[in-house]
Design a binder for this molecule. Structure first.
Ligand code: 1PR
Length: 541
């Protein structure tokens, strides 16, 4: 049997999972009705977003009894992320909603008083020398979640489960568990590179079930969450109309010569694959101009995502143009609909820039009230906070005194042109072309309140300068929010990544130009971080 049934009951990036399954040599059949489950041999329940949303969708469509029957019949079942969480009785995320109840107990939220939540990134799944569907102690897997089942030694094991754990800050959580025909992973195997594909393969071939729980010898378990290194591709049409990866200096992407051509650094799909193979933990595409002379459904970025997700098994983020808009035929299209097209094409996260600034201004203008109508709120509600990144394009503004402006100021180590010792960061829109009267702290706090799950913190002053990240900016924003922050702009060599990870609490760091120009590879950056003792994911082939 080379078919696996996939339950597509809820919005989300299902395409990556299909691509991963096909890469392993299996084909996917969709479960469209509860009756289809009866015909399934192997069943996978993926899941993103909110526990309550997923479980109530499953319940209202009548799937829960069919899933229970499948499991009770001893047929292979795999739950991924919220599909794993569904096996518990409930979650404090949505108290009134019942899970499948295969396991007693409920999930609760990570404590965000001492770390960023959601927990996003590559972490271990350590099965303590027991065989668990080809999980390796030295491998890292991609997690993205705010709720977890806390690990209590012996609790699940006493019920016959083999358990793998991860640790985040001072909390140890259940990363995966299996018993008999059931395998469940909190992490996303389809986004966990080669290590994740091995887990999926072990489930699909049935090998994992055969060897489950056997003692194995192997490398000692490694530490927790790794430092994430992200490769970013700014994409736009050049003057000939081809989509190219480009890179600006302080957002100016045109060559310095007389002809001022758009800098062309390569082809998006090929470059994304190259960075994946070098060990990039994520790949981000920013569509820095809109391609709005064609119908939305034909956006070239959709094709780029589709093709990239066939070969790149790490998370993909897409940004640019995510806002309510009007299609070429006059039809109104919401930001949520645009995001949905991106998710269906292989994106795991969408990144919102200009629209987030305007929404934040509105949020303060109406006295910090939320009506649920912003792009951030709508996409976050449908797909979960972890799927919504806000990309910030700030510019430094120098002031002579701390109280010279109403904005959140900091004392800088790099005084301004007139010796000013203070500065604040003004948010911009439209790729830095328009500066607004809102600072990064205000923006960050507003979008966190709206349900953004992560910030991509660029810096126009540093972009393309190779002079290192703006540590003052990053520390200011990290101090203002609980959600993870990706440091961006200015990386010129591996030591800059070391500096940003050592001197700030940033959750991830992103580079563009230094990779595109071939000055350094992603692997060189990660090797450097490993040499100085920082935890990184090693690329597996
Ligand atoms: O406003 O929602 O349509 O989104 C537009 C998106 O396009 C935003 O995320 C914005 O940051 C991005 N963008 C717009 N114009 C430019 C430009 O360069 N002219 N690129 C642009 C932003 C910045 C970074 C860059 C880092 C690292 N690119 O992502 O990759 O600065 O570069 P480096 O390592 O070489 O220094 P919307």
């Amino acid at each position: 049997m080379t078919t696996v049934h996939l339950l597509d009951y809820v919005a989300g990036n299902i395409r990556s999972l299909v691509n991963a399954i096909e890469k392993i040599g299996y084909s996917v059949e969709w479960v469209r009705t509860p009756e289809d489950i009866a015909n399934a041999d192997k069943l996978i329940l993926p899941g993103v977003g909110h526990f309550g949303h997923c479980l109530s969708q499953l319940a209202s469509a009548g799937y829960l009894p069919a899933i229970r029957a499948h499991i009770d019949a001893g047929k292979p079942f795999m739950g991924i992320c919220v599909g794993q969480q569904a096996l518990f009785e409930g979650s404090t995320e949505d108290p009134g909603v019942a899970g499948l109840g295969l396991i007693k107990g409920e999930l609760n939220r990570f404590n965000d008083s001492n770390k960023a939540v959601p927990h996003i990134g590559w972490n271990s799944a350590n099965a303590s020398s027991k065989s668990l569907y080809d999980l390796r102690p030295e491998s890292k897997y991609y997690y993205v979640h705010s709720y977890k089942f806390p690990y209590v030694k012996g609790q699940l094991e006493s019920q016959g489960w083999t358990v793998a754990t991860g640790s985040y800050g001072d909390e140890t959580f259940v990363g995966a568990f299996a018993r008999g025909n059931v395998l469940a992973t909190q992490f996303h195997p389809e986004k966990s590179g080669v290590a994740g594909l091995k887990v999926l393969k072990s489930f699909l071939t049935g090998e994992g079930q055969k060897t489950l729980g056997k003692e194995i010898t192997g490398a000692a378990p490694t530490g927790g969450l790794t430092r994430r290194v992200i490769a970013c591709l700014d994409v736009r049409a050049n003057d000939q109309g081809d989509l190219v990866v480009t890179k600006g200096d302080q957002y100016d992407v045109r060559e310095k010569g007389d002809d001022r051509n758009v800098r062309n650094l390569g082809k998006p799909v090929e470059m994304a694959k190259k960075y994946y193979e070098q060990g990039a933990d994520e790949v981000t595409f920013l569509n820095i101009t809109s391609f709005r002379d064609c119908p939305l459904a034909d956006l070239p970025m959709l094709e780029i995502l589709r093709r990239t997700s066939e070969t790149v098994f790490v998370p993909l983020t897409i940004g640019g143009g995510i806002r309510d808009t009007v299609d070429t035929d006059g039809t109104k299209v919401s930001a949520l609909e645009i995001a949905t097209m991106y998710f269906k094409s292989g994106a795991d996260k969408v990144s919102i820039g200009s629209d987030a600034v305007l929404a934040a201004e509105e949020y303060y203008a109406v006295g910090r009230k939320l009506w649920g109508n912003t792009a951030i709120e709508q996409i976050s509600k449908a797909y979960g906070a972890q799927a919504v990144v806000v990309s910030v394009d700030p510019k430094r503004v120098y002031v002579p005194k701390i109280d010279a402006t109403r904005h959140n100021t900091l004392r800088t180590r790099f005084p301004g042109p007139k010796g000013e010792e203070y500065c604040w960061y003004a948010c911009t829109i439209k790729g830095g072309r328009e500066t607004r009267d809102i600072d990064v702290v205000e923006l960050a706090q507003a979008v966190e309140a709206m349900g953004a799950g992560e910030l991509l913190l660029n810096c126009i002053d540093r972009d393309g300068t190779n002079s290192g990240f703006d540590l003052e900016l990053i520390s200011q924003v990290k101090g203002a929010v609980r959600i993870p922050v990706i440091a961006s702009s200015g990386a010129g060599n591996p030591a800059h990544f070391e500096e940003v990870f050592r001197e700030t609490t940033t959750d991830a760091a992103l580079g563009a130009g230094m990779f595109h120009r071939g000055e350094y590879t992603v692997q060189q950056v990660k090797d450097h971080l490993a040499t100085i003792g920082l935890e990184v994911r090693k690329f597996e082939s």
